[in-house]
Design a protein around this ligand. Sequence first.
Ligand SMILES: Nc1ncnc2c1ncn2[C@@H]1O[C@H](COP(=O)(O)OP(=O)(O)OP(=O)(O)O)[C@@H](O)[C@H]1O
Ligand SMILES: [Mg+2]
Length: 300
Amino acid sequence: NDPRFDFSSKADAQSTFTTRSILAVPLKARENVIGVLEAINKIGEGQFTSTDCELLSVLGDQAAVAVQNALLFQQSDLIAEIVHEMRTPLNSVIAYADLMQRPTVTLDQTRQFAAIIQSEAKRIVEMTNNFLDLARLESGRASLAHSPVDVVTVVHMSVNVVHAQAEERQITLSIEVPSTPLMVMGDAQRLHQVLLNLLSNAIKYCRPGDQVRVVARRDDTWVLVSVADTGPGIPPDALPSIFERFYRVPGTEKAFAGTGLGLTIAHQIIEAHGGEITVESQLGEGTTFTFRIPASRYTE
Ligand SMILES: Nc1ncnc2c1ncn2[C@@H]1O[C@H](COP(=O)(O)OP(=O)(O)OP(=O)(O)O)[C@@H](O)[C@H]1O
Ligand SMILES: [Mg+2]
């Protein structure tokens, strides 16, 4: 009685006939079942025969191959984009390594170039990690833990990580959480990653003097967490694209280092938890990202 597979009642409502018989075959890619192909009612009279069953199986196999191919296309797009993105830092590593080998280079310059090479190489590593994360999440290969997680603890941990960074940039960080745990079922490490992505964005895009506030609470069904900042805001026409991979608000590309994968990863992780992430922003006033995850009955 899985509601995901309840097509027949909808089909009955939309058409004039009632379901008398259903033939279903699994869609298999390698050894994994990735979906179901169903045929409802045989034209005329009678039940499905073994020939029908064979025919539908063949169709099912072909449909499974098509679905797999579509996924591969999507992945090769991702690969093309990441290779393109990595070219810039790689080229600058090559250029600075080249400069370091010139006979006229001073010791000071050598140090300076080495520092640039180091930071560009770090960016490449970060990009590679993000890319692998996203590829795993998008293909469904990422196995997320499904354990009780206290979101309040995750908030405290994440804020601790970025605290020094915020201070250095003269940004005030504050949190508002209940004194009791907020339990959800999920993957603590992944949720930590979501909060870090949202917090590091807030800190990265805010200006000195700005404020960042993290609020965690629950209602009847959800645990909600928001990260609100008083930063520059996101233009309304950019909001619909904000969770797309590699999307960066025009203008930010030049001012801040980044790949445009952080929010895509956050979005994927929250969806994998059966939740939702949304953004509200007012240009010049600030931005608030909010995610919600089904509250666990653990606490009741
Ligand atoms: N709090 C914020 N305030 C203003 N703009 C933001 C904020 N968070 C995100 N953005 C905009 O959304 C874009 C996408 O964010 P995202 O985190 O996905 O990528 P990124 O920060 O550019 O790179 P990275 O992959 O390193 O996270 C950013 O480039 C920035 O333009
Ligand atoms: Mg980011």
